[in-house]
Ligand binder design. Structure first.
Ligand code: PNW
Length: 494
């Protein structure tokens, strides 16, 4: 009984503390707020107007149990047809920019360099972009958000270095066909998820499990493809179009599980194996030294004649280094890290190369996603780390948000945004970190990959049982609108 009272009192105090915890700092005038979606998760129209098949179409059609409830993105939110309504919802919220992705298979149904262009696909994205501009919303485009054209997967997908040629061909079409309207480009969304989950753990399409090999090959191709597209824009388009190009990298914040040197080392190693795997080559020219050393040593002991981590030549290092106009981060949560004894040498995998135990504090509030605990202070720490590690670059938060099981009175989401944004504004105003954009995931409840439609991230709920895919506003949409219009989290800001 006593314990129970203590518990209730603590919950009350924490609750009280949280309700007063929103920072009084104000977001600077230049700061912009957006929302994000991705093609396969919202568009539907999976074979509409000549679109080709991609790896998510393929896996959900050939292996329906891959996704919870046998859900798929065939219709999703039907945004392919309802894009004008989506734009109206954003306008109503006062959103500054919309981060969406382009479906490669709509533009090039065969995916392959030199294959026929599907004009109706181009028309769709020109219409969407024009609709955004007409409503005062800036388009921010991701070229690739995990939906590899199936014919390219059948040639091996991202571990195959030839993907570079195909991706560059596709990217050129986008610059040529949309570059007059789009000024903000991101080549890849979360290459770590594409590579580690798509080819390492099998958690995402195409579902291969060759960790410690194919995942590193995949990353290598993606990094080279990104660099080539960046240089192509620089040399052939930038002068005329005046846009900016970057890559989106995802990472949790990794906090040492104790103050011991070893746990501190484990945390930094986890950061380098996550953000650094992609960020280090693009910003500093090469993989993080800790990856080169550890994967090199383990490969040697395992009898490989060369490291399983591919190497960049000096020429490639010089070419990749600096291929960004901003640093973009998707982040949702935090893990603690602990140092552990070296993994058995016979184990070939990314996880053994990293060799860190990750865990959470059971008291951290849960969401509908197992990997997503609510840890607002992690956001302040990770942007400080980025700023310090990469020489104070301009940073965009390109995704951040919370999943629940549904409902229009989504208090938990409101608290999530308030507390994460509170930490973000303090990082900007008090710590001097140069974050200029914040993007909420997501505009709509949508297809959450392996979890299908069971985990909801949207400001608007979508009725997936109705052919109309009716959208209904949640309380969090009004909250976010108010933050955007006031640039502050409480009624009285400094
Ligand atoms: C992102 N993690 O993925 C994706 O870009 C979105 O497509 C997705 O819907 C959204 O987050 C929510 O899941 C991530 O475990 C998934 O740290 C998991 C992690 C990070 C990003």
């Amino acid at each position: 009984m006593k314990l129970r009272l203590l518990f209730l009192a603590t919950v009350f105090l924490i609750g009280l503390d949280q309700s007063n915890s929103a920072s009084k700092n104000k977001f600077p005038d230049y700061f912009k707020f957006g929302v994000a979606t991705a093609s396969y998760q919202v568009e539907g129209g999976w074979d509409a107007d000549g679109k080709g098949e991609n790896v998510w179409d393929h896996i959900t059609h050939t292996n329906p149990n891959y996704v919870k409830n046998q859900d798929n993105g065939d219709i999703a939110c039907d945004s392919y047809h309802k894009y004008k309504e989506d734009v109206a919802l954003m306008k109503d919220m006062g959103i500054d920019y919309y981060r969406f992705s382009i479906s490669w298979s709509r533009i090039l149904p065969y995916g392959i360099a030199g294959s026929p262009l599907n004009q109706l696909g181009i028309d769709h994205y020109r219409n969407l972009t024009q609709e955004l501009l007409d409503n005062g919303i800036e388009p921010m485009v991701t070229m690739f958000h995990w939906d590899t054209p199936e014919p390219l997967q059948e040639l091996g997908g991202w571990p195959n270095p030839e993907m570079e040629e195909h991706f560059v061909y596709y990217a050129r079409i986008l610059f040529e066909q949309l570059g007059d309207l789009v000024k903000m480009w991101m080549t890849f969304n979360e290459a770590k998820q594409t590579c580690l989950e798509g080819y390492g753990t099998g958690e995402k399409a195409p579902g291969f499990k060759t960790s410690g090999l194919a995942d590193y090959q995949c990353a290598h191709t993606i990094l080279k493809s990104h660099a080539k597209v960046y240089h192509m824009y620089e040399e052939e388009f930038r002068e005329k179009q005046g846009g900016r190009v970057g890559i989106v990298i995802d990472s949790m914040w990794f906090e040492p599980g104790s103050g011991s040197d070893k746990d501190v080392e484990a945390a930094e190693r986890a950061r380098q194996f996550t953000y650094g795997w992609y960020g280090n080559p693009i910003i500093h020219g090469n993989y993080p030294q800790v990856m080169i050393d550890r994967i090199g040593e383990r490969s040697k002991k395992q009898g490989f004649a060369k490291s399983r981590l591919p190497t960049f030549t000096q020429e490639e290092i010089d070419y990749i280094k600096g291929t960004y106009d901003f640093v973009a981060l998707n982040t949702y949560s935090t893990n603690y890290t602990a140092w552990i004894e070296e993994a058995d040498i016979s184990d070939v995998s990314y996880n053994s190369d990293l060799n860190v135990r990750l865990f959470v504090d059971d008291s951290w509030e849960e969401s509908a996603s197992t990997w997503l605990r609510v840890v607002p202070w992690g956001l302040r720490k990770i942007v400080n780390w980025l700023s310090k590690t990469y020489n104070n670059p301009e940073i965009f938060i390109t995704e951040n948000g919370l999943s629940d099981r549904g409902g229009l009175d989504d208090d938990q989401r409101i608290r999530y945004y308030r507390d994460y944004l509170s930490n973000l504004v303090d990082a900007i105003v008090e710590d001097g970190v140069n974050v200029t954009r914040y993007t909420a995931w997501s505009l709509l409840d949508n297809f959450e990959w392996r979890s299908g439609y069971t985990e909801k991230f949207g400001f608007y709920s979508v009725d997936f049982n109705s052919t109309e895919r009716t959208r209904t506003k949640k309380a969090s949409a009004d909250y976010y609108s108010k933050v955007i219009s006031t640039r502050c989290l409480v009624d009285t800001c400094n």
